[in-house]
Ligand binder design. Structure first.
Ligand code: 0L1
Ligand code: MG
Length: 262
């Protein structure tokens, strides 16, 4: 690590208050070019601690930048992870207030819920499917705290991977008998198709995203506990939304997830 604990804490407060106050900030590596990967995840951990001290519950984990479409869109080459919160959850068909966000974008994702712990290294698609309780359809609403979504990978890890809101669909299925790799997804905005993809867009198979998460956490001596909700990353590029938009994602075998932005 190259930053001291006081600086980690100061940057966590800076980013967390930007989220709470819906305020854009410049990427933190501008002022701290020496920030390394461990610093970035340490800032994210500190944001989690700030929220938990305020009574927020962590509702699950997320992988970000797991599809070629997203990596290309953001000009990066590595997946990253973060956490999702209880206050980020929006009911299927519900309303999302844009006044509570800076510049939201939506992405269709396949979510997993585990029934057994997963600890890397060595996790793969097989271990993940064996530890999966069920999968369900999701839309993540991301909202980078950085101006114009302009960031580098370390800055965005520190900003809890742009985590903001998420909507889970009501249909859940065991992973057995569903071809998650070839599962088709259609993302619609205001009745028009804006993106299509299949599960394979996420690292070849969405379970591979969970395996990578377990392996990345394993490097830090951590694991994915049983009963964890995991968003595996957008199957398509993220699509910008504004007040008045209605978004719907249709997932083969898993039904539809929808929301409106007010
Ligand atoms: O969930 C995601 O893929 C978001 C990763 C962070 C990058 C972004 O804000 O697009
Ligand atoms: Mg995402």
């Amino acid at each position: 690590m190259s930053l001291d604990q006081a600086t980690i804490k100061k940057l966590a407060i800076h980013l967390e208050s930007a989220e709470m106050e819906r305020r854009e900030v410049t990427k933190i590596t501008d002022a701290h070019p020496e920030l390394d990967w461990m610093d970035a995840y340490a800032i994210q951990d500190e944001i989690r601690a700030i929220k938990e001290a305020r009574g927020v519950k962590v509702a699950g984990l997320k992988m970000g930048l797991t599809s070629q479409a997203k990596m290309r869109q953001m000009g990066v080459i590595d997946p990253i992870y973060g956490f999702i919160t209880d206050y980020g959850s929006v009911a299927d068909g519900g309303e999302i207030k844009t006044s509570e966000l800076i510049h939201p974008k939506v992405e269709a994702e396949i979510a997993f819920v585990t029934k057994a712990p997963l600890k890397g290294p060595g996790c793969h698609v097989g271990t993940v499917l064996a530890a999966t309780d069920f999968v369900l359809p999701a839309v993540e609403v991301i909202d980078s705290r950085y101006e114009n979504f302009r960031f580098d990978l370390k800055s965005v890890i520190a900003d809890n991977t742009s985590s903001a809101r998420y909507v889970l669909g009501g249909v859940h299925r065991t992973a057995t008998g569903i071809d998650l790799k070839n599962l088709g997804v259609v993302l619609e905005k205001n009745g028009e198709v804006v993106a299509t993809a299949s599960g394979a867009a996420v690292l070849g198979h969405p379970a591979q995203s969970v395996a990578m998460l377990a392996n990345m956490l394993g490097q830090r001596g951590r694991e994915i506990p049983a009963g964890t909700l995991i968003l595996t990353g957008g199957v398509t590029e993220a699509v910008a939304v504004e007040a008045g938009d209605v978004v719907s994602a249709r997932f083969q075998h898993l039904g539809r997830v929808s929301m409106r932005f007010s």
